[in-house]
Each structure stands twice: as C-alpha cells, then as structure tokens.
Design a protein around this ligand. Structure first.
Ligand code: ATP
Ligand code: MG
Length: 403
C-alpha cells in the first residue's frame, strides 16, 4: 500500500485529542457521580503535571454532561481574567451568555410613534441583559454576580435543565491581589459556594497544574471541602499499551510495533501520555517511510534527542548555573520522580558538592524560585516534586552529555 495513504494517528500537542484516550475510567466515573448531585456539595478539580492529559480529559467530559442534561460553559483562564473582580464577573457572564443568548425571556410591546400598530420586542438572555441585571443590582460585585446567576438559573430551570458546568482550564492562573485590593479568585469561590447553598446547580470544573488546589485552599479554607480533587497520574502499563496499539489497529496499518517495542515505549514514556504520543508519532513516521517492512525498530536514541530539544531544552535554558546544580542534586535522589524534602536535598548536596554544599535555607529559597518558574511545586504536605514529568531523567542525560 502506498505510504501516502497513511496519516500518522498520534497527536503530541497541548490539548490535542489523542486517537485513543486510554485509561481514565475511575476519573470519568468520579465526574459522573458529581453529575448526579441535585444540590451541589462537591465541585471538580482536575489536576496533574504538564502533559498528563487534563485538557483532553476535561474535553471528553463535556458530552457526558450534555447527555445528563447539563449545560457546559467555560474556556481557558488566562492571568488577565483574574486581574480584577470585575473581569472575573464579566468572564463568567460572557461564558454563560454563549449558551443562553438565544433563549427568550419575555416580550415587550412598544407603540410606534404616530401609528396605532405596536412592535413586539423579544428579550433574550444575552450578555446585554445580564449586564443590565448586574449594573441594576445594588451592592458589592459578588451581590451583582449572584443576582445574574440566580436569574439565569430561574430561566434554565423552567426549561428542565439539570444545571450548568463552568469548566475552566489553566485555572492555576487565577490569583487574588491583596495589594490592589482585588480578590477575583475568592469572588469565584464565594459566589459559587453561596449560590450552591441556595440550590442553584452551577458546578465548577477546574483543571490545572498541581499548584491549583493549594491555591484555592489558600484563598478560602472551605475550598478544601468544596472540591473533589481528581489527580491525574501516569497511565498504567496496560493503558499505555492500549494508547500505543489501538490507534494503529484502528488505522488498519499494515505495520505495527513489536511487543518488545511497545514495552520499550511504555517504559521510556514513564506512563506520561504526552511522551507516548511524542515517541509514537516519531516512530510511526519512521514506519511510514519504511512501509515495506512488517515491523520497524524504534530508535529511542534519536527520538530522545528530539524530545530533549522540543520539550525540555527551553525550560532548561531558563535556569541559572546554580539552579542547575541544585536540579542535578535533586535528579540524583532516588525519590526524584516522586517527592523530595529540603533535608534530602541538603544531604545529597554534601555528597555531590563537598566543597560548596547547599545550606537548607538556601535550598528553600531556591526551591521557591523554581516553583515560580514552574519547574518544581510544593505539595500540601510540604514536600516538593518536579512539575515537569521525567525532568530528572532529562537532567541526568544533560549531565552525562556535559561530562
Ligand atoms: N489518556 C490518554 N491517552 C492517550 N493520550 C493522551 C491521554 N491523555 C492525554 N493524551 C495526550 O497527551 C498530550 C497532552 O495532553 P493534554 O494537553 O490534555 O495535557 P495537559 O495535562 O492539559 O497538559 P498541560 O499541563 O500542558 O496543559 C496530548 O498529546 C494528548 O493527546
Ligand atoms: Mg492543558
């Protein structure tokens, strides 16, 4: 068969739906359980490292919500959305208006000047109407926003809707700004908590990096009870195999990976979906070019070089020499792929750099900086982890190349 007939099915790329969404059964069931709530007691936080599949899973939940009679509103949350409370309110109303703007909430007769006939004007539940309610409500921004949301629900309820999911990706970008006296994140939490208590079934589904949930709790301690946290982890071995094999079978490709190659890709990817897509796409490109063969070797050395350039190099280039030293120390810890403490790093640093080891306070300061640039994060138990999957392995490769 001519090579041109086959298009590469694998999709490495932020938010690109994979050819086959492997695993995530438990996580999907968790969401479906949340959909059964009449009164919303729990909202969803979908969290995990870069490239673990938050965006595509969130997207795959949308049809499930529709099927159960829910509406779905939302978008990516940029930092600018959470600059002020006003912006946050406008964001929510804009997203809601997308799904309600064709709904008619009343008609009004207006006599036309000089004629006996009158014109019927329809009022639609669009952004303008929401803005009228918003500006016409006396009180704080939270009061105005609640008035809008409660009004919208009164209309949706009469249509038999189950509720609305407000799905926001990249939600770790939200923040309060005490210096400017602006609390958009707290506004979001307060508003939803308040309307949910009144029985309005508007549910939050927030996706973001592992910094997201601690951020929510820091803004409002009750957030701890308000969310079901679904932590997306690496895929199991069996799920990795499915993620690799199914798309090839579905394309009825005459060539396939040997089971040894599948194991190798699984192992090498660490179970991280982005890496699976990346490695398979590269390897499959080789397949396509060697279409006359029944199997094709996976050249992991070449693929690694490309992965290092495409995925890791940019992040590595942005750290200082001293930060690199610290990251190298961390990468040598046995626990570097899970979590580590300041003390563990300090001990390893004494062994690795006996002349100039890092002090504990210096390590803490540097970790803070590395958290800010998104390479490391601090979990709720005060331990640290790499925020980028398989960063440790990359660092060790760099160290080996440099020596
Ligand atoms: N369950 C899965 N099975 C197979 N491939 C997947 C799965 N989940 C995600 N992927 C693939 O992994 C890549 C990353 O997915 P996605 O963009 O959703 O990750 P993310 O967690 O949102 O990343 P980021 O933190 O950068 O926003 C995509 O190429 C996607 O197709
Ligand atoms: Mg994403």
């Amino acid at each position: 068969m001519p090579a041109a007939r086959f298009s590469n099915p694998f999709r490495p790329g932020a938010g690109h739906m994979p050819p086959y969404l492997a695993g995530r059964v438990q996580e999907t069931e968790d969401f479906e359980r949340l959909l059964l709530q009449d009164v919303i007691l729990e909202n969803l936080v979908l969290t995990g490292l870069r490239g673990v599949g938050k965006t595509v899973l969130l997207e795959s939940l949308k049809p499930l919500a529709f099927k159960s009679g829910w509406f779905w509103a939302g978008t990516d949350l940029s930092e600018s959305t959470s600059l002020s409370e006003e912006r946050m309110s406008m964001r929510l109303m804009t997203d809601l208006a997308v799904i309600t703007s064709s709904l008619v909430v009343g008609t009004q007769s207006k006599a036309t000047l000089g004629f006996s006939a009158s014109i019927q004007t329809e009022h639609k539940l669009n952004f303008e109407l929401m803005l009228q309610i918003y500006t016409g409500t006396v009180g704080l921004i939270a009061d105005k926003l609640k008035a809008v949301l409660e009004f919208v629900w009164s209309v949706l309820q009469s249509m038999g809707s189950k509720g609305v999911i407000f799905a926001y990706d990249e939600a770790q970008n939200m923040a309060d700004h005490a210096i400017k006296d602006q609390y958009p994140l707290s506004l979001l939490l307060d508003t939803f908590q308040s309307i949910q208590r009144k029985g309005v079934p508007f549910m939050l589904a927030l996706a973001g990096l592992p910094t997201l949930f601690p951020k929510l709790v820091e803004a409002r301690t009750y957030a701890e009870r308000m969310f079901r946290v679904v932590f997306l982890d690496r895929l199991s071995e069996a799920d990795c195999h499915e993620a690799i094999n199914r798309p090839i079978r579905a394309q009825q490709c005459p060539v396939h990976f040997t089971s040894g190659a599948v194991d190798e890709i699984t192992d090498y990817s660490g179970g991280y979906p982005y890496f699976i897509q990346f490695i398979c796409r590269e390897a499959y490109d080789v397949y396509i070019q060697r279409i006359d063969k029944s199997t094709s070797p996976v050249n992991l050395k070449e693929i690694t070089r490309k992965l290092d350039t495409d995925f890791f190099a940019g992040r590595w280039a942005r750290v200082t020499d001293r930060q690199r030293d610290l990251l190298i120390v961390i990468a040598h810890l046995d626990s570097s792929e899970r979590e580590f403490t300041v003390q563990e790093i300090a001990e390893e640093s004494k062994a690795r750099f006996p002349d100039r080891p890092f002090s504990s306070s210096h390590i803490s300061q540097m970790l803070l900086k590395l958290c800010e640039v998104g390479l490391v994060y601090k979990n709720r138990h005060g331990k640290y982890s790499f925020a980028v999957p398989l960063l440790g392995r990359f660092i060790l490769r760099q160290e080996a190349n440099d020596t």
